[in-house]
Write a protein that binds this ligand. Structure first.
Ligand code: NAG
Ligand code: NAG
Ligand code: NAG
Ligand code: NAG
Ligand code: NAG
Ligand code: NAG
Length: 376
């Protein structure tokens, strides 16, 4: 018996409401007409950027972009994760592709290898598209998993550069993506010291600004895309089980998110000004995940709502028996129920979109990504 559960399972990011075990049936919708649009959008992006196949992508952050750095035999490495793509667990916190896969696709390159998956042998082949350092459960100043926080992830790339896996020419032709989806706030909540959210947000953004500056100045990547936080208060966990029916959000948490995003945008403006004033070769691009996520959620609600599904935002994974109303805990994946049509659901578990969800979010985010080409 564990005396003290210090960390909640990582699949429970933003676990503000530890609520009753309620089992929700998954919506089952007849037609998957969304996929037409999505496939077309992805093809368009690829056509448009085919010429750019030499760019490398370096990814930092948490489970929204992790493609295989989470600790083995845990969470995203256990079935049923990965059942849609690649068919077996791949360390992605979803049934299939996550945001990193879509961004790589947009750039016309293969998904960069996860740092923990680099193996001896064809190293230059493996490193050709860049590296993903993101790890589920991590944040800017704290982590709810054993993974490295953002600054340490950047340190991992620094070390690779010192070992000459990449030279300045490579880095000049690279893009970095930074995702921080809320684990710092979750950590504080779990530790019951979220006494002053404003103060925590300031601390988080101050550190994030330092880290973004390091990617430009220490690492030497000239284009850094930073994701705003998603409307975390609208995730099934944060919103609570009743919200899964009413689609209401946790306004208190969304107010924190809103403040976080305002301060982050200001920090990015400051960094850009600093680049200009000091003639530094680095620009920063805000990727509005808040807006894209919100649009995708609304579209999904509207779409499934029109088909008279009561509960379009209910996660695909549920537990019949167990402590949690949805999702899985790392060693209980066997008890989990998977909905019949993950390809029609928006949320995979209580905190993470399905591949279908990411597909819809990507559609809404895509215009933000063109900024990488507007800043040549
Ligand atoms: C590197 O080699 C391994 C083993 O031969 C192979 O499975 C893998 O696809 C190769 N990786 C790349 C990026 O070519
Ligand atoms: C899985 O990961 C979580 C978060 O890092 C940790 O608390 C837990 O002990 C891990 N489970 C196992 C079986 O290692
Ligand atoms: C930098 O590394 C790339 C391979 O990643 C290589 O093709 C290129 O010649 C190197 N450039 C210099 C200046 O060493
Ligand atoms: C990298 O880019 C900067 C800015 O464009 C340029 O000054 C520098 O010479 C480039 N370095 C290499 C090795 O290409
Ligand atoms: C919370 O922190 C902020 C910033 O440090 C401070 O201005 C504010 O007075 C604090 N609020 C409370 C209730 O302590
Ligand atoms: C930045 O780029 C300019 C030209 O684009 C170059 O002259 C300068 O040396 C670069 N600075 C650094 C730090 O790479």
């Amino acid at each position: 018996m564990e005396k003290r559960q210090r960390f909640l399972p990582v699949s429970f990011l933003f676990f503000f409401f530890i609520t009753l075990a309620v089992w929700f049936a998954c919506p089952q919708i007849g037609a998957a007409d969304d996929h037409r649009t999505t496939a077309r959008a992805r093809r368009d992006a690829r056509e448009h950027h085919r010429h750019n196949g030499h760019v490398k992508l370096f990814v930092f952050g948490d489970s929204y972009v992790d493609t295989g750095n989470f600790e083995p035999n845990n969470g995203s490495w256990l079935p049923p994760f990965g059942r849609t793509f690649p068919g077996v667990p791949s360390g992605r916190f979803s049934d299939g592709r996550v945001l990193t896969d879509y961004i790589a696709d947009f750039l016309g390159i293969r998904t960069p290898i996860a740092y923990q998956q680099i193996r001896v042998g064809n190293i230059s082949e493996q490193l050709k598209s860049g590296v993903n350092f993101a790890c589920g459960g991590t944040g800017i100043v704290s982590a709810i998993s054993k993974g490295p926080i953002l600054g340490d992830q950047i340190g991992q790339l620094g070390q690779m550069i010192r070992h000459r896996f990449y030279n300045q020419t490579d880095l000049n032709n690279s893009i970095a993506i930074v995702a921080a989806s809320g684990n710092d706030y979750l950590y504080a909540t779990l530790q019951v010291f979220l006494l002053n959210a404003t103060a925590l947000t300031r601390r988080v953004i101050k550190q994030l600004k330092t880290d973004l500056g390091r990617i430009r100045d220490e690492i030497g990547i000239p284009k850094v895309g930073v994701l705003l936080m998603e409307p975390a208060g609208c995730l099934p966990n944060s919103a609570g089980p009743s919200a899964m029916y009413s689609s209401k959000c946790n306004d208190a948490y969304n107010a924190i998110v809103s403040n976080h995003n305002q301060l982050l945008k200001q920090a990015v403006r400051d960094l850009i000004k600093e680049s200009t004033n000091n003639k530094k070769n680095g620009t920063f691009i805000v990727l509005d995940l808040f807006q894209a996520f919100s649009i995708a959620l609304e579209e999904h609600k509207y779409h499934t709502g029109s088909l008279k599904y009561k509960n379009p935002l209910k996660p695909c994974l549920t537990q019949e028996h167990g402590k949690y109303p949805c999702g899985v805990s790392h060693n209980q994946n066997s008890q989990v129920r998977v909905c019949k049509h993950p390809e029609l659901a928006f949320f995979w578990d209580c905190n993470h979109p399905t591949q279908n969800g990411w597909d819809e979010i990507y559609l809404a985010l895509q215009h933000s990504l063109y900024q990488f080409y507007d800043t040549e």
